[in-house]
Design a protein around this ligand. Structure first.
Ligand SMILES: Nc1ncnc2c1ncn2[C@@H]1O[C@H](COP(=O)(O)OP(=O)(O)OP(=O)(O)O)[C@@H](O)[C@H]1O
Ligand SMILES: [Mg+2]
Length: 394
């Protein structure tokens, strides 16, 4: 999407001109004109879940409808790969949409008098797909969302979560690379909603679709989004990963928005780890180890052998050996280690039980860094500076 404007009302072009010169949409002073999307630019990468997040009225649904060509744009461009959707005829847009994009809606949009199977097959039958092929595609899609066996039921016989899985199956049956989901889980109970989020993440690991997911729920955005676009009053104020948004909010608005997020679920070991500044090798003499630990007041130190994490030593074990031998003799080879993508929430327990810092390792066991109790506690208040700034402004 490139510098996209979507303005409703008769004096749309004039509105765009004013918005381009920096006028806020609230100060347009053009009666009957609503600037729903203002100068939106972003790129969605193939295979990512791109979340658009913002309060009610911020322009999310309008943005999505320009993205799939359901709404003509006032100004700007929408490119799918290199195809400019904004220059196409309605028939061309419809064809592109059918071939490449599927929608999942908040209120399921199922036909009440058609069975689950008929609902899922609907798009395929409209496209004129052969019966047999409809059958297999529908069966595959229902299996993906765990609804095999429910083919002959009517939507009214299903729970909300199941209905939304029918909606999802319908989108999957079309077998398009792009999925557009507008508040798809917002009507569901919290527990069911979490289940659906898990299921979507699972499906995404299998299918690798390109997903644009709209939500006004920040926790959902942070759980699902590879990247998140934050919208405010029609404008996109930041596009960033969840971690970036927490640690480097673009402005006060974003800082306030992310303030109440459970950051221990979003941040991972990689965001809180520090370089293992002091580490030993198995060959380090115990005399040297003891002296180093005393001087730096360390209770535990990580040990690496040629870059590979080998374990940890504690001050107690080193002292007890009384200077003779090397670190290898007192090495705890089973010392705690975590991978870089472990959520901070899962580190507290491990860290509290460990006498040394936690080792952060990669898949091959190389020591990437360490996490200490202090760095964990700091992670809880990682945007404190940003917040203080906000408070100073307020
Ligand atoms: N067809 C339309 N005609 C006129 N104004 C519209 C139209 N569609 C949307 N708007 C206005 O555009 C603005 C953005 O609406 P939009 O539905 O995109 O927001 P949203 O972020 O999806 O909100 P919600 O979270 O409530 O779904 C709102 O002020 C809305 O009233
Ligand atoms: Mg909406």
């Amino acid at each position: 999407m490139e510098n996209l404007y979507k303005v409703f009302g008769r004096r749309a072009t004039e509105a765009v001109r004013r918005l381009e010169s920096g006028t806020d949409r609230a100060e347009l002073e053009l009666p009957g004109v609503t600037a729903a999307v203002v100068d939106a630019s972003f790129t969605v990468e193939r295979g990512e879940i791109f979340v658009v997040m913002g309060l009610s009225g911020s322009g999310k649904s309008t943005l999505l409808r320009t993205l799939n060509g359901l709404l003509p744009v006032t100004s700007g461009r929408v490119l799918v790969d290199d195809t400019d959707l904004t220059g196409m005829t309605p028939a061309q847009v419809r064809e592109l949409r059918q071939q490449r994009m599927s929608m999942v809606f908040q209120h399921f949009a199922l036909f009440p008098h058609r069975t689950v199977e008929e609902n899922v097959a609907y798009g395929l039958s409209v496209q004129g797909t052969a019966r047999e092929r409809q059958r297999t595609r529908t069966a595959e899609a229902l299996e993906l969302v765990g609804l095999t066996g429910w083919e002959d039921r009517l939507p009214g016989e299903l729970s909300g979560g199941m209905r939304q899985r029918v909606g999802l199956a319908r989108a999957l049956a079309a077998d398009t690379e792009i999925l557009l989901m507008d508040e798809a889980f917002s009507a569901l109970d919290p527990l069911i909603r979490k289940e659906m989020q898990d299921q979507l993440l699972n499906l995404q690991r299998q299918l690798g679709k390109t997903i644009v997911f709209i939500t006004h729920d920040l926790n959902e955005a942070m759980r699902l989004g590879d990247r998140i676009a934050m919208m405010r009053d029609g404008r996109i104020v930041q596009v960033a990963t969840a971690t970036e948004m927490l640690t480097a909010p673009a402005d006060e608005y974003v800082a306030r928005f992310v303030r109440d997020v459970d950051r221990t679920r979003v941040l991972t070991a990689s965001a809180v780890m520090e370089p293992a500044g002091i580490s030993f090798t198995p060959a380090t003499t115990l005399a040297e180890a003891q002296e180093t630990m005393r001087r730096h007041e360390l209770t535990g130190v990580l040990v690496a052998d040629g870059g590979t994490f080998a374990g940890a030593v504690t001050r107690g074990a080193v002292s007890a050996a009384d200077g003779a031998g090397s670190v290898a003799d007192v090495l705890d080879r089973s010392a705690a280690r975590v991978t870089a993508d472990t959520p901070v929430a899962d580190l507290f327990g491990v860290s509290a039980a460990a006498p040394a810092p936690l080792a952060v390792v990669d898949g091959a066991g190389a020591l990437l860094g360490m996490v200490t109790q202090q760095s964990l506690l700091r992670s809880l208040s990682i945007t404190e500076d940003a917040e203080e700034e906000v408070d100073a402004h307020a």
